[in-house]
Write a protein that binds this ligand. Sequence first.
Ligand code: GDP
Ligand code: MG
Length: 163
Amino acid sequence: SGFTVAIVGRPNVGKSTFFNRMLEQRKAIVDNVSGVTRDRQYGVAEWTGKSFNLIDTGGFVPESEDVFEREIKKQVLIALEEANALIFVVDASTGITTLDEAMADVLRRTTKPVFLAVNKVDNADRLLEAAEFYSLGFENIFFLSSMTGSGTGELLDAVTALI
Ligand code: GDP
Ligand code: MG
């Protein structure tokens, strides 16, 4: 199908790990260093017989906090133009950051569906901590671990329900 989903989020939250898991092949570059995925990666994901295009938005090497925030917002706006729906990835191991809030501000204004993916929920303790992400105000919220794959199925069910 022509349905396109873009993965957005600040660097290091696990966007490329999630992307790779969806594609089940190593297309994006995953690294411990922030901003390693410099370009957009495109792939086709498949779930319960439905396929859709998936975009992994790139990282960005900051010159300053201000430039960083502006650049991230720009990426979100580009992703919004290209995609039918967005997966907004945040990191349960760090909690909500100012950049998450800045992105949430942009994403709350779109009429396109936004799925908040609280990533790195690897265990039950993390799940308790992750509850703070409800405060970002997104109705579609999913708790998952891109590393173990736990919780990714529920998110994919919700995304593919739109196709
Ligand atoms: P990106 O910058 O948002 O694309 O993030 P990456 O996918 O490159 O991941 C950044 C770091 O987070 C890497 O060290 C990943 O191995 C790690 N990571 C990604 N997903 C998970 C997860 O579900 N749990 C844990 N514990 N680490 C993760
Ligand atoms: Mg990446």
